[in-house]
Design a protein around this ligand. Structure first.
Ligand SMILES: [Zn+2]
Length: 415
């Protein structure tokens, strides 16, 4: 992989040269001479481009691209039990591979280089991630209602044996939810994640029904229930987190938990709205995720970022979640949530970047680039996507695109 030197590119208000060597941003300076970089360095002209962090999708189910548009316009429990779970039971590992590749293709083209994935047949998603050059936190998923005892044991074995599986991939323990995993398994998941130094990620307080059922069964809210089991800690990342009490928020703050906001999915399933003002006031870190393509129905983090910013304004305060904060939620917050040393264009950090074409009609005039990027732009202005020091999209094209599309079409035909 040859080093990359990007000449005269906008970074914030400055014009800089950016030198990427191996996986990292090695030097960012006003001027880096060609004499100071190795002979095989690839030089990119940054004129009329700006360099920014790509997106880090903190909650998705990549291969659910296979189910895009299959069941829409209904609530979460009906959607899961009558449509999604029955069709998922017919999905083969090969299908998951192609569904994951389609998801990654879509993510790269819309500027995302990392995703946290909760799904089945993780080996296939891992294969897709390695081949396509992105990075991911891959979940080892637990749902007792859908799994045999034997497959649960296999999951734990897989975690023990594959902690360091690839330089762009880390594993995480992902019990699906409080309504699909029981007390004992929750405790075992938490203990395993702690012992192996892994993130534990789950869905929480997504619907009012989930909270009501949990209170009926345990006398506690979902957050209080997980806390009583000793699950909540600074390695825990919780998706949705919509229906929270002030006591729940105090617990999340105390345990240093990170949350993931999923505005499109939450709106589409009528699940509810995250209480951004209360959570931000409590100082709880919030990342952003698309959720799966069957409840969104795309994996475009740019859209998600705009929705997050707009939805926050509905709380009656137009200053809430400004463009800068929405951008951070979609980038560095996601990277930090999963302990990836990325999400900012900085020396010493992993070299992930987008080169944005400033001559795109949606970015003109350029009074405030970040405002344009959050509220106006779409993915067409992305000129290049760099991940782990390597260009993975150039001139809008990703390797083997048509092969991916054809294979996913075949899945839809045989359903
Ligand atoms: Zn989800």
């Amino acid at each position: 992989m040859p080093p990359i030197l990007i000449k005269s590119v906008c970074k914030g208000h400055d014009l800089v040269d950016v030198f990427i060597n191996g996986r990292f941003f090695e030097k960012i300076a006003k001027e880096i001479s060609l004499e100071d970089v190795p002979l095989n360095t690839k030089v990119i002209d940054g004129a009329n481009k700006t360099i920014i962090s790509p997106f880090y999708n903190a909650h998705t189910h990549a291969a659910m691209t296979l189910l895009r548009g299959y069941a829409d316009d209904m609530g979460l429990f009906k959607w899961l039990s009558e449509y999604i779970w029955p069709l998922e039971s017919k999905i083969t590992p090969e299908d998951v591979y192609w569904g994951s590749r389609l998801a990654i293709l879509e993510m790269i083209k819309s500027g995302t280089v990392f995703f946290a994935d909760m799904y089945w047949n993780r080996e296939e998603t891992i294969r897709a991630v390695i081949e396509m050059g992105v990075r991911a936190t891959i979940g080892v998923t637990f749902a007792e209602n859908l799994m045999s005892k034997e497959s649960i044991e296999k999951n734990f074995d897989f975690l023990e044996q594959n902690v360091a599986c690839h330089e762009r991939i880390q594993l995480a323990v992902m019990p699906h939810s409080i309504y699909t995993v029981g007390d004992a398994l929750w405790k075992r998941c938490a203990e395993t994640a702690q012992r192996l130094g892994l993130i534990l990620h789950t869905h929480i307080a997504e619907t009012a029904e989930e909270v009501e059922n949990c209170i009926k069964k345990t006398g506690k809210t979902p957050v209080q229930y997980l806390d009583s089991l000793g699950v909540l800690d600074n390695n825990v990342v919780l998706a949705h987190a919509i229906h929270l009490t002030s006591e729940d928020i105090a617990i999340l703050e105390k345990r240093k938990v990170t949350l993931v906001h999923n505005p499109a999915s939450n709106m589409k399933l009528s699940s509810g709205k995250m209480n951004i003002s209360a959570l931000m006031k409590a100082g709880i870190p919030i990342a952003l995720g698309t959720d799966g393509a069957s409840s969104n129905n795309n994996l475009d983090m740019g859209e998600e970022m705009k929705l997050a910013a707009l939805l926050a304004k509905l709380e009656g305060n137009p200053e809430l979640l400004n463009a800068e904060e929405a951008f951070q939620m979609a980038t560095v917050r996601g990277a930090k949530a999963y302990r990836v040393n990325a999400g900012e264009i900085k020396e010493g950090m992993l070299a992930d970047a987008l080169l944005i074409d400033l001559n795109n009609e949606r970015l003109i005039p350029n009074h405030h680039f970040l405002s344009n990027w959050v509220y106006s732009a779409d993915a067409r202005s992305i000129d290049k996507v760099i991940c782990h020091g390597k260009t993975i999209m150039e001139n809008g094209a990703v390797e083997n695109e048509s092969e991916i599309l054809e294979n996913v079409k075949k899945f839809a035909m045989k359903k």
